[in-house]
Design a protein around this ligand. Structure first.
Ligand code: NAD
Length: 474
């Protein structure tokens, strides 16, 4: 059985502790590898390597740092199929779906690193009296990236570009449930030793990393519960945190859109990656004028999400990541049905191995149900029929989460009103995506810290000011 190792200062090393966790293929329930549980000593070793490597990395010209990151991205791109295969094995995502997101993440890594070339790390403002102010944005030092299992490669790459290009070094801690692809990613690493380090394990590694005195910023992506702990730990140290947490994203479907085409788009948003996306569509508000046609088309679309082992051709939806996640989905459906909701789809859980659950449409739901208030992270599409677009928008906005939202409408006034939903990102007539100027901060329980565009560089650097008088004192 393959036992995974940490990468510290360019050297693959065993954990200081003997505790090992199973990495389980969720389609077959086979144990495919063992990963260290992690401990403070492992973290200390990795952080020390990051601290040692940082001055030399920061001393390189920014063009050189960007070129090195870009070369690493190319090496990852050349192994995208292999990485997608490993993701499938560790968390069940169909290989084709994994490949699509890895390609996007590699392009994102390159683009976000390249933004360093136009970022003002240093600028001088001259004043009429001859004095000047020089603003210098320094790298923070050693930083940490802690990621979840739902996009094992993309979540790591998504955080690294600005941190590295700004001259920081990084300790990455991937999820204990999906370490295979992270280890392979780091075998392909083409950066100086210690610039990026990998520490494996669960909260036994994550917590000491987040509260480490030498870690100046923690970029954490994961659950609200763990994110709040990380926020408390970094806050106590007066260190920075960027927290990208869970969601319960709403969709508002107006009366004037094509119900069938929109239902197809909503099925994709609710079921792709088996609904395990932080921005999955988890609350659907549809205008009563098109509700019947929309629901019928959504049920039909759900039927096309064939479930199975993600290595097999034609499989649209893999298993959930583990039994715990499937139990959450079952609990949300049972609670909704008990309170009066109707399951509209006919799919059933297949017998045998694997944590599978069918794409499921629920109607007759309301906000008294778990399925409308708690993050499900599974292939459920709960639909509420509303009498007006305004009411849909108002109910969409009523949530403790504020990650993202989607609006389908042809009405220019309703397009403008979409921004009223308190969320980091609102998509109109599309789901996912956005240009390089994309800038956002999650609202409510969904996180803290602006990111994207120049905000990622603002977060990755500390500004200082030098005021220079016109003349030396005389
Ligand atoms: P999780 O919070 O259980 O774990 C995330 C990471 O944090 C893992 O690496 C884990 O080992 C580590 N961790 C756990 N406890 C910790 C602690 N006390 N201190 C430091 N690290 C700790 O989340 P998960 O189950 O892996 O991922 C699913 C969650 O992630 C969902 O809520 C989903 O919405 C969210 N998510 C958010 C985004 C986003 O961009 N907002 C993206 C993907 C996933």
């Amino acid at each position: 059985m393959n036992t995974l190792q940490h990468l510290t200062g360019g050297v693959w090393e065993d954990s200081f502790e003997d505790t090992l966790l199973d990495v389980v293929d969720p389609a077959t329930e086979e144990v495919v590898a063992r990963v260290p549980g992690g401990c403070r000593a492992d973290v200390d070793r990795a952080v020390a390597a990051a601290v040692r490597a940082q001055p030399a990395w920061a001393a390189l010209p920014v063009t050189e740092r960007v070129a090195r990151i870009s070369a690493w991205a190319d090496a990852i791109a050349a192994h995208a199929d292999e990485l997608a295969g490993l993701e499938c094995r560790e968390m069940g995502k169909p290989v084709g779906v994994g490949r699509m997101f890895i390609d996007g993440a590699v392009a994102g890594l390159k683009a976000s690193a390249a933004q360093a070339l136009s970022y003002a790390f240093e600028e001088t403002v001259s004043h009429p009296d001859g004095s000047a102010t020089r603003i210098v944005r320094h790298p923070l030092g050693a930083t940490a990236v802690i990621t979840p299992w739902n996009f094992p490669v993309a979540m790591v790459l998504g955080a690294l570009g600005p941190l590295l290009a700004a001259g920081n070094t990084v300790v990455v801690k991937p999820s204990e449930r999906s370490p295979l692809s992270a280890v392979r990613l780091f075998e392909l690493l083409d950066l100086p030793p210690g610039v990026v380090n990998l520490v494996l394990g669960d909260a036994r590694a994550g917590a000491p990393l987040a509260e480490h005195a030498d870690i100046q910023l923690v970029h954490f992506t994961g659950s609200v519960a763990a994110g709040k702990k990380v926020g408390a730990e970094t806050g106590a140290l007066l260190h920075r945190a960027v927290l990208e947490l869970g969601g319960k994203d709403p969709v508002v479907v107006d009366a004037d859109v094509d119900p069938v085409a929109t239902a197809t788009a909503v099925a994709f948003g609710a079921f792709i990656n088996t609904g395990q996306i932080c921005t999955s569509m988890e609350r659907i508000y549809v205008h009563q004028d098109i509700a019947d046609e929309f629901v019928e088309a959504l049920v039909e679309a759900a039927g096309t999400y064939t479930i199975g082992d993600g290595r097999d051709a034609g499989v649209m939806m893999g298993p959930l990541v583990d039994e715990r996640q499937r139990d959450t989905v079952r609990r949300h459906v049972a609670d909704a049905v008990e309170r009066g909701a109707t399951v509209r789809t006919e799919g059933v859980e297949p017998a045998g191995k694997g944590f599978f659950y069918p794409a499921t449409v629920l109607t007759g739901v309301d906000e008294s149900m778990l399925v409308m208030t708690e993050e499900t992270f599974g292939p459920l599409a709960p639909v509420v029929v509303v009498p007006s677009f305004e009411e849909g928008l108002e109910r969409a906005a009523r949530s403790r989460f504020g990650l993202a939202a989607t609006v389908y409408t042809r009405d220019p006034g309703h397009v403008a009103a979409a921004a009223r939903i308190p969320a980091g990102v609102v998509w109109v007539n599309q789901w996912q995506g956005g240009g390089p100027e994309r800038l956002y901060e999650p609202a409510g329980d969904s996180g803290l810290g602006a990111t994207g565009a120049s905000a990622a560089y603002d977060a990755a650097t500390r500004p200082s000011c030098v005021h220079i008088a016109a003349e030396p004192a005389s």
